[in-house]
Design a protein around this ligand. Structure first.
Ligand SMILES: *Cc1c(COP(=O)(O)O)cnc(C)c1O
Length: 434
């Protein structure tokens, strides 16, 4: 299957090219030319996660990866479970945080890393020479950790991660700055916007970009989204094992860049029986306002306790819009709700009273369900990160200590290996070319 650029429709590339390139011309996002559709959903749901995921992904990637290659990649990438935990008779959380960095981003980042590894090896074999590949990414937390762990130890791929000095929690910093080897981390004297500006300038510098083979590995990369389709199928598979009637499943998704929502809509377009989606946001409410008024008017991003969703201009929105407008999913199947800080905190407390320790992102999705789900709907909300990743916030809301899982405890005692970097592009350029 080919992928085309949503802005410059004539640009059509293979899956391998879309993964290596990230963005198309004129900053356009890649989108599959046709949507695979399964009519044997029950058979699919009966399979184990890896086998089922290979069947889901095969139509998208078969031009570049045969079934055996894809099976190896998926087995490696999805080596941890997605766990559906019931909250009560009408609600369940899909816990996506059982991977190495305790956030759903592990699914997409690990799949992308294994795909790139395979494509770099194939290119080297075909041309007889190794081309450099550098992943350059800016992070305010979860993305950096997922990308660093996913690419750690992969031959011929250099990873450079920038983050704002003093602006992320020590635990978050330790999750990606203690690995070493091919993972280089730069502590930038500036804020997150400065880091993003440095990434953008690097990509705009065509000479630099070609010399070191730049790729951003951010959530606009189509491989990350395709991987995420698989856990929607897994959720419905687990539900169908537990429940008979699958008529009215609603997913509520804590949304920042709207990659998770995009993947859910793909799953629906491919035939998975999901009735509708609720895109839950924090105070950064561009999308709920847009769906209400039809006007796209992003405000300045505000900082919240669900900081992985502090995005006011979500970069996956053009894909969502295309899915809705092209009829791949029904136009009315997405609604959106904004949840404020006070409601977020009281929902963490409310879930605690139900016996479930959550964190702000999942709590927002749960609250959005409470607002908008109707009788007869079964609501699944996504647990995008482990509560220990937001230890300080959760402890202060609940007034009780929460333990550190092994992944976090292990890296907490390791030394930080970062180098300091100014926010001057010339310094970064020299560093990248060294
Ligand atoms: C990245 C992230 C989100 C937002 O996901 P999108 O796909 O960008 O909408 C939500 N919660 C957590 C914990 C995250 O790390």
């Amino acid at each position: 299957m080919k992928f085309y650029n949503l802005k410059e429709n004539d640009e059509q590339v293979s899956f391998a090219q879309a993964v290596k390139q990230g963005l198309g011309k004129n900053q356009g996002l890649f989108f599959p030319k046709t949507m695979p559709k399964f009519d044997n959903i029950d058979d699919l749901l009966a399979l184990p996660l890896v086998e089922r995921s290979v069947k889901i992904l095969a139509p998208f990637v078969e031009e570049d990866l045969n079934e055996q290659e894809l099976t190896e990649i998926v087995t490696d990438a999805f080596n941890f479970p997605a766990v559906l935990q019931p909250i009560n008779n009408e609600r369940a959380i899909l816990e996506l945080f059982h991977g190495p960095t305790l956030a759903f981003k592990d699914f997409g980042a690990r799949f992308m890393a294994k795909c790139l590894q395979a494509f770099v090896a194939k290119d080297a074999k075909a041309t007889g020479q190794k081309k450099p590949l550098t992943i350059l990414t800016a992070t305010s937390g979860d993305t950096g950790a997922a990308v660093a762990h996913a690419f750690h130890g992969i031959d011929n791929i250099r990873v450079v991660i920038m983050y704002p000095k003093g602006k992320i929690s020590l635990l978050q910093e330790k999750m990606f700055t203690t690995l070493g080897d091919n993972i280089e981390t730069l502590m930038v004297d500036g804020d997150f916007d400065d880091c993003q500006a440095l990434v953008k300038k690097s990509f705009d510098d065509k000479e630099l970009a070609t010399t070191i083979g730049l790729n951003s590995a951010n959530s606009i990369n189509i491989s990350r989204l395709l991987a995420q389709i698989c856990y929607y199928f897994e959720a419905v598979a687990q539900l169908s094992r537990a429940k008979k009637d699958l008529g009215d499943i609603v997913f509520s998704i804590p949304s920042g860049n709207f990659g998770n929502l995009t993947a859910g809509l793909f799953a629906k377009a491919m035939g998975l029986p999901i009735k509708r989606f609720i895109a839950a946001t924090n105070l950064n409410d561009t999308v709920p306002r847009y769906l209400e008024t039809g006007e796209w008017t992003p405000n300045k991003t505000v900082a919240t306790i669900s900081n992985a969703m502090d995005v006011s201009n979500p970069n996956n929105w053009p894909r969502v819009e295309h899915l809705l407008k092209s009829g791949l999913v029904e136009n009315g199947c997405v609604s959106s709700v904004s949840i404020d800080e006070e409601q977020t905190q009281s929902t963490v407390i409310g879930l605690g009273k139900l016996g479930y320790i959550s964190e702000p992102h999942a709590a927002i999705a749960y609250k959005a369900l409470q607002y908008s789900a109707v009788d007869g709907e079964f609501g699944v909300f996504l647990g995008t990160a482990h509560p220990a990743k937001f230890k300080e916030v959760v402890e202060s809301i609940l007034g009780q200590p929460i333990g550190l899982p092994k992944e976090l405890a292990d890296c907490a005692s390791e030394p930080i290996l970062s180098e300091a970097m100014s926010s001057d592009f010339a310094d970064l350029r020299a560093y990248l070319l060294k």
